[in-house]
Design a protein around this ligand. Structure first.
Ligand SMILES: [Zn+2]
Length: 374
């Protein structure tokens, strides 16, 4: 029966006891976190998942959060004849924008590499970012010569789940209960797959930010990039809406973050999404005085029900180079020949050509309007 041993990197009081060893990040709004806190949550969750699986013995000597030196940890693992060691950590970097997860293995251990590859595969399969491609060979000397990998006698892996020192990694992944749950399963899957068992399904826990958006940054592509570009434009930071997060989008994202007092890293994570999805300060909506002469009539106009619809409608008007009018004015008199209706249906709106973009709900209308954008 395979024997798996788990460790949670560091101790609950590493910072205080050692005068700064280990990693601690201070998120002023949410309190103080030591790396051990999230290491322990993930390790304990993985241990509990594996204990429910038949055919495994799982050891977790830090169950009671007792302090153990590295020497004691390795000695314990070796003395108990563990067949696999999983040491759970988060990464640290002087760069406050480093991101992604990776597993370290001892450079000449083929079994260790196999374990690390399983971790990297599951990180990628869940749409989470990797660092260094998801695996890293620890060297005999230098910064990556980790004691736990060097002196353990069984296949071993030291997982670094994201960067504890990068605020967006901490907020989006390490402190996100959904991601924690995925990480617990991934760590359990390391053991299951290494010993030829079926991995736990993580699909039901697919990583979704609180607002339903993915983290996007330079190099990202797809629907969420497109939405970010539209939203940036709506807030006055116009960039091409091409679904590709390039240099210009990066600059506009940073300018937006600076304007909103956010961390300026160009990474659109939970905090930036929350600001982007807020309604922009409505631009002034101007109703023109009634036109007497037919030739003075505007060619095109966008008509809205109220200021709540102004966000996307203003963007459409900007692209069409026309004005935005309230429904009550557009029903009283013809404000343009061609009228785009952003909410509320045709009603009594006067015009030669009415293009009705109204949906069943306000967000349906917004989607229809966005679809009209280039
Ligand atoms: Zn660590």
């Amino acid at each position: 029966m395979p024997k798996i041993i788990f460790f949670a990197g560091h101790d609950h009081d590493t910072w205080e006891k050692t005068g700064g060893k280990g990693v601690r990040t201070n998120l002023e709004a949410d309190g103080v976190y030591e790396e051990f806190d999230t290491n322990y949550i993930i390790a304990k969750g993985a241990v509990e998942l594996l204990q429910k699986q038949p055919g495994f013995t799982v050891l977790f000597p830090q169950q009671d959060k007792r302090r153990m030196t590295l020497k004691e940890r390795v000695a314990y693992a070796n003395a108990h004849g563990a067949d696999l060691m999983i040491d759970v950590h988060s990464n640290a970097s002087a760069s406050r924008t480093a991101t992604g997860a990776a597993a370290f293995y001892w450079y000449n251990s083929a079994a260790g590499k196999k374990v690390a590859d399983i971790f990297a595969k599951h990180i990628k399969a869940n749409g989470l970012p990797t660092w260094s491609g998801g695996t890293y060979a620890s060297q005999a000397t230098g910064w990556s010569s980790f004691y736990m990998l060097k002196y353990s006698e069984m296949p071993a892996v030291l997982t670094e789940s994201f960067f504890f020192t990068t605020r967006s990694d901490l907020e989006n992944y390490l402190l996100n209960p959904k991601v924690q749950k995925v990480l617990m399963k991934i760590h359990a899957n390391i053991a299951l797959e290494f010993f030829g068992k079926k991995a736990l399904d993580t699909a039901l826990d697919s990583v979704v930010l609180p607002d339903g958006r993915e983290v996007v940054k330079i190099g990202s592509r797809g629907a969420d990039v497109k939405y970010a570009q539209i939203a940036l434009g709506r807030h006055g930071f116009e960039t091409d809406v091409d679904s590709i997060f390039g240099k210009d989008t990066d600059q506009k994202a940073k300018a937006f973050q600076e304007a909103k007092g956010l961390v300026v890293d160009g990474i659109i994570g939970a905090a930036t999404w929350a600001e982007l999805e807020k309604k922009p300060q409505p631009k002034p909506v101007v109703s023109k005085p009634a036109q007497k002469e037919e030739e003075d009539m505007e060619q095109t106009a966008v008509v809205i029900n109220g200021t709540a619809d102004a966000g996307t409608a203003t963007l459409l008007a900007f692209q069409l180079g026309c004005g935005v009018f309230f429904r009550k004015d557009a029903e009283k008199r013809q404000v343009a020949k061609e009228i785009y209706i952003a909410g509320g249906g045709k009603g009594k709106i006067k015009g030669d050509k009415l293009i009705d973009l109204s949906g069943k709900t306000r967000s349906d209308t917004a989607k229809n309007v966005i679809a009209k954008l280039k």
